[in-house]
Design a protein around this ligand. Structure first.
Ligand code: PMP
Ligand code: GLN
Length: 396
């Protein structure tokens, strides 16, 4: 056998992801895990009860490949009621194994080898891997700090379009920067898509987790965009159930059909009783989500206050689970070195944002902390970081 049996196009992606690596490190060292973005509390009790009832009620065989009808109806109703975008649950909604499968199926189903896909850099780790599976090429447009938040230069977005461009892949609210793209920014994306007849694929898994009165605007709601946008989301973040892996894609029938074609051979279907639980949550648990959002905002503030007190330069997070900081505040030019030292020297785990960057130089000094953790754990982490910063200052 050759040195590695892994297909050439996937070699760059071998080994565990940065999230797995950092969670294992936290488990090994007993450090406070502010790395991988999963909450340490459960979702709404009524959702958990609905899934249990579905199991007890015998909903334990394959779901329809499109997903349970009750879930598709609940997804369509939320998009209509919350965002004013209407979808036919029969033909324009498909349920997937988390947003991750929807993203994979969309990229594999919509791209031919050699096609180009415009992405915003930094980008969620699965995007590059799925583009490699599809044989497509990522064309990154940088998100840069403009003094207020991370955003893109519209001219660079326009300049990224070429003859092989197939689609634009946009994540908002954005992991790891915390940016929630506003109408003006989305209008630039929409303009580029319309002018060049491009498809847009949006990853909106943090759609309900926005703070300080900032609201999430789906790209599909902008003029001329519903007919060319595939909107992806999932239950993981909205209902604190990242292990359930129930996601979905909504869009015009031909785009949804492309996703369905791929996903029926990737997984066919996923978690029948969990789909029933999520259908219940989407229909009945809006108040719970509102409380989650308020609580996450308080926890973000607790973390930012603690990091600032420890002398860190942080960047504002309008949404998501994440806050970024500049590792140079702690005397590290390199975020990877900082994140390697932190579990042992401070008892805290974070994610070097560079793992999500195409342009490694741009993300070198950025580190991501997750605040979807208990107040107790966040307090422990900031206390430890405060003490660590003090020892660094004394040593320096
Ligand atoms: N997109 C982004 C931006 C994410 O942060 C994540 C991680 N939760 C996902 C997609 C994956 O979502 P899911 O767990 O529903 O597959
Ligand atoms: N979305 C999670 C994060 O950004 C990670 C999910 C995973 O580990 N695949 O932390």
């Amino acid at each position: 056998m050759t040195a590695t049996p892994l297909a050439t196009r996937l070699r760059a992606f071998s080994g565990p992801t940065i999230f797995t690596e950092m969670t294992l490190l936290a488990q090994r060292t007993g450090a406070a895990n502010l790395g991988q973005g999963f909450p340490d509390g459960d979702g709404p009790p009524a959702m958990l009860a609905a899934a249990r009832a579905a199991i007890d009620g015998g909903m334990n065989q394959y779901p329809p490949a499109n997903g349970l009808a009750v879930l598709r109806a609940a997804i369509a109703e939320r998009r209509r009621a919350d965002h004013g975008v209407a979808y036919d649950p029969e033909r324009e909604v498909v349920v997937t194994a988390g947003a991750t499968e929807a993203i994979a199926a969309a990229l594999i189903g919509l791209c031919d080898p050699g096609d180009e896909v415009i992405v915003f850099d930094p980008l969620y780790d699965s995007y590059a891997a799925c583009l490699a599976m599809a044989g497509a090429t990522a064309v990154p447009v940088p998100l840069e700090f403009d003094g207020t938040r991370f955003t893109f230069d519209p001219d660079r977005l326009r300049a990224a379009v070429g003859p092989r461009t197939r689609l634009v892949l946009l994540n908002s609210p954005h992991n790891p920067t915390g940016t929630v793209f506003d109408r003006a920014e989305l209008a630039h994306v929409a303009g580029v898509c319309r002018d060049h007849d491009l498809v847009a694929v949006t990853d909106e898994v943090y759609e309900y987790l926005t703070y300080d009165g900032v609201t999430h605007v789906p790209l599909a709601g902008l003029p001329g965009m519903r007919e060319r946008t595939l909107t992806i989301s999932s239950a993981g973040k909205t209902f604190s159930a990242t292990g359930w892996k129930v996601g979905w894609a909504c869009g015009p029938a031909p785009l949804v059909e492309a996703v369905r074609t791929v996903k029926q051979f990737l997984t066919f279907g996923t978690g029948t009783p969990l789909q029933a639980g999520v259908a219940h949550a989407l229909t009945h648990c809006a108040d719970w989500v509102g409380e989650l959002r308020d609580s996450l905002q308080r926890r973000r503030d607790l973390l930012v206050k603690g990091l600032t007190a420890a002398g860190a330069r942080t960047y504002p997070a309008q949404g998501t689970y994440f806050v970024q900081l500049d590792s140079r505040s702690f005397g590290f030019a390199d975020g990877v070195e900082f994140c390697r030292a932190l579990p042992h020297d401070a008892g805290v785990v974070a994610i070097p944002s560079v793992a999500l960057y195409a342009d490694k130089e741009a993300g070198r000094h950025l580190v991501r902390f997750a605040f979807c953790k208990s107040e107790e754990l966040l307090t422990t982490a900031v206390d430890r970081l405060g003490r660590y910063a003090a020892t660094r200052r004394t040593a320096g």
